[in-house]
Design a protein. Structure first.
Length: 171
């Protein structure tokens, strides 16, 4: 990451349904038309958990208490387009262990679908997801750096993964 580059932060949440999780198809932005977890950018003054709660209500119409979001990852997406770096996006990854309501479609996330955690549709997801997401689905915690061309949906360098024991919640 360039020291002059602004770091954008967001969250991505995956529902814990035993051996399965629920993904939706993103309708806009990076990864539009591809399967993904639920989430978005952190607003000023919000913690990552507060963002998760808000985004899950907006995108899936479910209610979640912050204590039911368990942080399992920090993924730094080093994004490029046409060979030029366009910024780094730090994503706090959570597993949703309890929620209220039934997951619904929204303007941002369509077709909520249950998938086996060990058979996610990686060929229809962002390219780097096949590197960092399987360990998370197995219950591991990690910090990863993914280098990707978001226009071509290809990785531009090897993904770096560091496994960790736990995370402290920070703003």
């Amino acid at each position: 990451m360039n020291k002059n580059e602004a770091l954008v932060e967001g969250v991505c949440c995956f529902f814990n349904c035993g051996d399965e999780t629920i993904l939706g198809k993103r309708t806009r932005g990076i990864g539009a038309g591809l399967w993904n977890g639920y989430g978005g950018k952190i607003n000023a003054g919000e913690t990552s958990q507060e963002t998760g709660v808000r985004e899950l209500q907006e995108e899936a119409d479910v209610w979640v208490m912050p204590k039911h979001l368990k942080k399992v990852g920090e993924v730094y997406f080093h994004n490029s387009k046409q060979g030029k770096n366009i910024g780094t996006f730090k994503v706090h990854v959570f597993i949703v262990i309890q929620w209220g309501g039934e997951i619904q479609e929204s303007e941002e996330m369509k077709t909520p679908t249950l998938f086996l955690k060990d058979k996610l549709p990686y060929s229809q997801m962002m390219c780097g997801d096949r590197e960092w997401l399987p360990p998370i689905m197995r219950g591991e915690k990690l910090i990863a750096h993914v280098f990707q061309d978001i226009e071509k949906n290809i990785t531009t360098a090897s993904t770096i993964i560091e496994f960790v024991e736990s995370f402290e919640e920070t703003r």
